[in-house]
Design a protein around this ligand. Structure first.
Ligand SMILES: Nc1ncnc2c1ncn2[C@@H]1O[C@H](COP(=O)(O)OP(=O)(O)OP(=O)(O)O)[C@@H](O)[C@H]1O
Ligand SMILES: [Mg+2]
Length: 531
């Protein structure tokens, strides 16, 4: 039925299952498998099967471009409808709630900005805010340069370590108008966590040290060189218990490893593995020692952070300036504490659909959970999976395409969401066909991803399912060129180019050659020509 009216091609059975799903649903599928097309088709299906208007469906995407495209796709599809009710809805399409998650959050934050002492006409300007934070961090570092904590930090990391490394960084990543951080409580929790982690690190270090010492002392020079301190590693927890931090540091500092070179052997690999573990634990233990030795300074720095937080909040309010992160946090907080506001939004949207969900973070998941809270509940917190409406949410995404890690996007959130919804009456679907790429490419990706993504049980690793190519083979046989940067297993700290620089350079040179030397053939309106 959908195919006859809808402008998009005939949907396959997997796609139809998603379009017609009547419970909370997550669709995970690879690139070009029709996820966005399905989301658009589902919009029309919801209008047909429910007595709702276009503005009762909230559709969220990640970029402005995607939102504009989605708007266009759905609008065009709706204009083809002949049912009088849908024709009427089509004339009301300017009211449709299709936007980026950022601008949706901004809408909620503006409606409730007074909760945060902020005027509703605030501007969201990341650059201006960064400048404000940098200036305030500089001023604060300068004004408080003589505090014990500031002096200790500056002695080790310089003035910029204090101004940029600590204050500005905390200011832009962690401080928001939505909620004040209680720094003294945070510090107390950190020390509790440290105390709990200490024995584990001691044990891991001691175990690795003793294995090395006992089994490999004779054969590996690097182990023999460190035999003295390795033999004493067993006393670590006693030293901690006695508060002899200087001795612990001396012990840790006495160990310097060079991995065994020469031809690789089974034992050599074991020794390398043990050395890796020891180095890692060495760092953990050293930072635990620092935390104890410098507790007084750390406490003072936390006080300084509390002061910086207050001053930053005043300036943000005065300048009416916030970041996208502020806005998202304000939106979640407002929905959490302002029950009438939550009720309003819950009733306003009968359905919520989100594209590219792999790029969302924990905060955005909370926002959606609040909006999808069951009608008969008004919890004083973010609802859990069993407290959601059973048929309100529809997520689509592709774990392998997660590109917003720098904003906190996490594959594990997407994976956890799938499981949660499934365990509570929802569905997790996937698509098996690719409609965008030529068969040669798909075959390659299927093989490549199957080889790379082999631990789907790990929470942070993307799951992979092969796709079938649905486009016919083109006139050009696809060629795959794999660029890789070998990782040298040496102990050199520095390499000429960073991975990112090397990638940029390789791709740029490849493209230049392709254009200048006419190496790359493309298919253009059925004809084959050089790019
Ligand atoms: N059943 C189908 N038959 C033929 N073509 C289809 C079908 N489903 C989708 N397509 C086409 O495949 C292309 C890719 O679809 P779409 O953009 O919806 O994929 P996607 O999964 O959202 O991709 P991405 O992961 O890149 O966001 C589009 O041109 C779409 O029209
Ligand atoms: Mg898409």
């Amino acid at each position: 039925m959908i195919q006859s009216i809808f402008m998009l091609p005939n949907f396959d059975a997997d796609q139809l299952a998603a379009i017609n799903s009547t419970v909370n649903t997550v669709v995970t599928a690879g690139a070009g498998s029709g996820k966005t097309s399905v989301l658009a088709a589902r919009f029309i299906r919801l209008l047909r099967t429910h007595d709702i208007s276009v503005d009762q469906i909230l559709t969220l995407t990640f970029t402005n471009k995607a939102a504009a495209e989605m708007h266009e796709r759905i609008h065009q599809a709706l204009q083809r409808e002949t049912d009088p009710r849908l024709v009427k809805e089509s004339t009301q399409f300017h009211k449709a709630q299709i936007s980026t998650i950022d601008s949706f959050c901004a809408q909620i934050a503006r409606n409730s900005s007074s909760l945060f002492g902020l005027a509703p006409d605030f501007s969201i300007d990341e650059d201006a805010l960064t400048r404000l934070i940098d200036e305030l961090a500089f001023d604060t570092a300068l004004t408080h340069a003589q505090r014990p904590g500031a002096r200790a930090l500056t002695a080790r990391y310089g003035f910029h370590g204090l101004a940029d490394g600590l204050l500005a960084r905390v200011g832009s990543h962690y401080l928001s108008l939505a909620e004040e951080i209680d720094f003294p409580t945070l510090l107390a929790r950190q020390y509790d966590a440290l105390l709990a982690a200490r024995p584990l690190h001691c044990r891991a270090f001691t175990d690795a040290a003793q294995t090395l010492y006992a089994d490999y002392r004779e054969r590996f020079k690097t182990v023999a060189d460190n035999a003295g301190p390795l033999s004493r590693a067993g006393t670590l927890s006693e030293l901690f218990a006695a508060g002899r931090f200087t001795d612990i540091r001396a012990l840790l500092d006495a160990l310097t490893f060079r991995k065994p070179g020469g031809r690789s052997s089974a034992d050599g690999e074991i020794v390398k593995g043990l050395i890796d573990r020891l180095r890692e634990e060495q760092q953990h233990l050293a930072s635990i020692v620092t935390a104890y030795e410098e507790e007084e300074f750390i406490r003072d720095l936390f006080d300084l952070l509390a002061l910086f937080q207050r001053e930053l909040a005043v300036r943000k309010r005065m300048r009416k300036l916030v970041s996208f992160q502020d806005v998202a946090r304000m939106a979640v907080k407002a929905l959490q504490v302002n029950l009438p506001l939550r009720r309003y939004y819950k009733r306003r949207y009968r359905f919520i659909m989100i594209d590219e969900f792999q790029d969302n973070n924990h905060l955005q998941k909370e926002l959606l959970s609040l909006l999808a809270e069951r009608g008969d509940l008004e919890l004083p917190r973010v609802p859990g999976p069993s407290e959601l409406e059973p048929d309100k949410l529809f997520f689509v995404g592709d774990e392998k395409q997660s590109i917003y890690g720098f904003r906190g996007a996490q594959v594990d959130i997407f994976k956890a969401l799938k499981k949660e919804l499934k365990d509570h009456g929802g569905r997790a679907l996937s698509f098996r066909n690719n409609y965008r790429s030529r068969p040669g490419l798909i075959e390659f990706y299927n093989r490549l991803f199957a080889g790379v993504m082999h631990s789907p049980s790990l929470p942070f690793e993307a799951e992979f399912e092969p796709l079938s190519a649905c486009l016919p083979a083109g006139k050009i046989r696809p060629q795959i060129r794999l660029f890789y940067k070998p990782v040298a297993d040496t102990d050199a700290d520095e390499e000429d180019l960073s991975a990112v620089e090397a990638e940029a350079l390789t791709v740029a040179s490849f493209l230049r050659d392709a254009v200048e030397k006419e190496q790359l053939m493309i298919e253009d309106h059925g004809a084959v020509r050089p790019l």
